[in-house]
Design a binder for this molecule. Structure first.
Ligand SMILES: [Zn+2]
Length: 236
């Protein structure tokens, strides 16, 4: 029997095939994808997801022996369910923001930098907040983009289960595709509340993780890279 299951014959479904198919769908037969992926849902699909989650959060409170009579927890399962779908994991279930860009009429050939863009995400490992800021610098090619649009792109990728390293890469990939800039740098500085909340060590409260993604001229033009690093340094 085991031999048949391992056969390469296309007409035979192997146990590996069954595992692979099972991993692609959840128990409701819906397609699953990575925590930091995206697959937009319509309003009724979101409502279904929220009511299913509410039932599960009720179970979680029950397992944690939290009394249903505790007035502070009235409505907590529903509140948590809505928060995960509509806020914390918002970027998983909504289409990308509408992006308008403008022609680079003056042929700007210098760094354009946006600092202090808010990053509010959730770590994929512990589902605790990752909170910080993002800096984006680029040398335009044929297109420039508005500041508010950059913030919305960062938010769209942040509002998912993330790891900071991949968040920066996703933002850089998206901007590269959209703007085809000559140079691009994405720097994220953030605190990870999984460390702070769990009290791994007292000093962790001050720990900030920095990740940087460099693309185009920023990769091999050292002068440009130094200029970027100097310009993004916090002002004394
Ligand atoms: Zn974590």
């Amino acid at each position: 029997m085991a031999k048949v299951l391992k056969s390469k014959n296309k007409n035979v479904i192997t146990s590996e095939d069954i595992i692979q198919i099972a991993n692609k769908y959840n128990s409701f037969g819906e397609e699953v994808f990575d925590a930091n992926g995206n697959n937009p849902l319509n309003e009724s699909e979101k409502l279904t997801m929220i009511s299913r989650l509410e039932i599960k959060f009720e179970e979680i409170l029950d397992i944690l022996r939290i009394s249903k009579d505790d007035p502070n927890c009235t409505g907590t399962p529903k509140r948590l369910a809505k928060m995960y779908v509509n806020e914390l994991f918002h970027g998983r279930f909504n289409p990308p923001p509408d992006i308008t860009f403008f022609p680079n009429r003056k042929n700007v050939n210098n760094l354009v930098i946006s600092k202090g863009i808010q990053v509010m995400s959730v770590c994929s490992h512990h589902w605790q907040p990752i909170a910080g800021t993002c800096i984006i610098g680029y040398i335009p090619n044929k297109r420039v983009i508005g500041l508010s649009k950059i913030s919305r792109i960062v938010e769209w990728f942040s509002r998912r289960g993330q790891i900071q390293e991949e968040l920066g890469e996703q933002i850089a990939d998206f901007l590269e595709e959209l703007l085809a800039p000559k140079a691009l740098g994405v720097v994220i500085n953030a605190k990870h509340y999984c460390m702070i909340a769990r009290g791994v060590r007292g000093s962790e409260i001050d720990t900030v993780m920095t990740t940087s993604v460099m693309r185009g001229y920023m990769l091999d033009n050292l002068k440009l890279r130094n200029e970027f690093v100097t310009l993004i340094k916090p002002q004394a």
